[in-house]
Design a protein around this ligand. Structure first.
Ligand SMILES: [Zn+2]
Length: 298
């Protein structure tokens, strides 16, 4: 396995603190290649992709997670979707000049939503106002409010790479009767060490080296690397389902005017075409295969 496009879980023994490390290269560049994003948007999108990997590892679920920031200024949307097995896709919408702007300025008044859709069970969504100056600060606030777990998140980008390091109090540890003062001191000691991490280190070194540099006096248990990859969850079937929501009359009007309906996936630029027969099939029960492939009717 490469040293990039992976994620590692680790535990700092005897401290009651766990962590997650990730470094994205090809997966990030694939996202950047899909749209002509300004540099500032590229940066925050990369950080949000890294954040999605870090968070999905700590919020246990099987299914998909979406982190979305909706802004009222130049950037109206930053959205990253990731699955429990680290398949990622990401998109940003912006209008205007972002030059020299930081995360907060680009978005203006904004909210941050984290939506988890499990394969089984209820969808869960947490929404918080963006009340930090950086994405990592906003996410730390999110954890404080929703999970009530002390969490430190550091996110980095540069040279077409993005990555991050998260440390968090172990949920079980916070329930054990440990002297709160002692626990707090331990947390502060670990996060002070973690904070010495530089972008240069995170974006260029492997996880074991980074952890050795940060926590050389601790006993750190490092779990095997898990692969991260760009993968878009769009399909012809999903597109057909979305079209069916629009309604038959409206779809038939478009067909009458334009001969066909074309839908481009905004995440990956895949083009899906539907003609008059396809549209008719949308409204015929059982017309499409469950595997998402279209049927050709001649
Ligand atoms: Zn797609």
């Amino acid at each position: 396995m490469n040293n990039t496009d992976i994620s590692h879980r680790f535990i700092i023994n005897d401290s009651g603190v766990r962590g997650q490390w990730t470094l994205l290269d090809a997966s990030y560049q694939t996202v950047l290649a899909k749209h002509d994003y300004p540099l500032e948007v590229q940066s925050v999108l990369g950080e949000m992709m890294a954040a999605a990997i870090l968070l999905s590892a700590t919020l246990k679920f099987e299914g998909s997670m979406i982190i979305q920031a909706r802004g009222e200024h130049v950037v109206s949307l930053l959205s990253v979707e990731c699955t429990h097995d680290h398949k990622l896709r990401a998109i940003a919408r912006w209008d205007g000049d972002t030059q020299g702007m930081d995360f907060r300025t680009m978005l203006g008044n904004a909210t941050l939503a984290i939506t988890i859709t499990p394969l089984q069970g209820e969808r869960y969504q947490g929404i918080v106002p963006l009340d930090g100056t950086t994405l990592s600060e906003c996410l730390e606030h999110y954890f404080q409010r929703s999970e009530q777990l002390r969490t430190q998140i550091q996110l980095f980008h540069g040279n077409n790479r993005a990555g991050g390091l998260l440390v968090q109090v172990l949920p079980a540890h916070s329930r054990i009767k440990v002297d709160p003062q002692q626990q707090l001191e331990e947390w502060e000691r670990i996060t002070t060490l973690a904070r010495t991490l530089t972008a240069e280190e995170l974006l260029n070194l492997d996880c074991a080296t980074v952890l050795r540099r940060l926590f050389h006096e601790e006993s750190v248990e490092l779990f095997p690397a898990e692969a991260v990859a760009f993968e878009c969850s769009c399909s012809r079937q999903r597109t057909a389902d979305a079209l069916a929501q629009i309604g038959r009359g409206e779809l038939e009007e478009i067909i009458a005017e334009q001969g066909r309906i074309e839908v481009t996936c905004q995440y990956c630029n895949e083009l899906y075409r539907f003609d008059a027969v396809d549209v008719a099939m949308l409204f015929t029960h059982g017309a499409t295969d469950s595997d998402g492939e279209s049927k050709t009717i001649n």
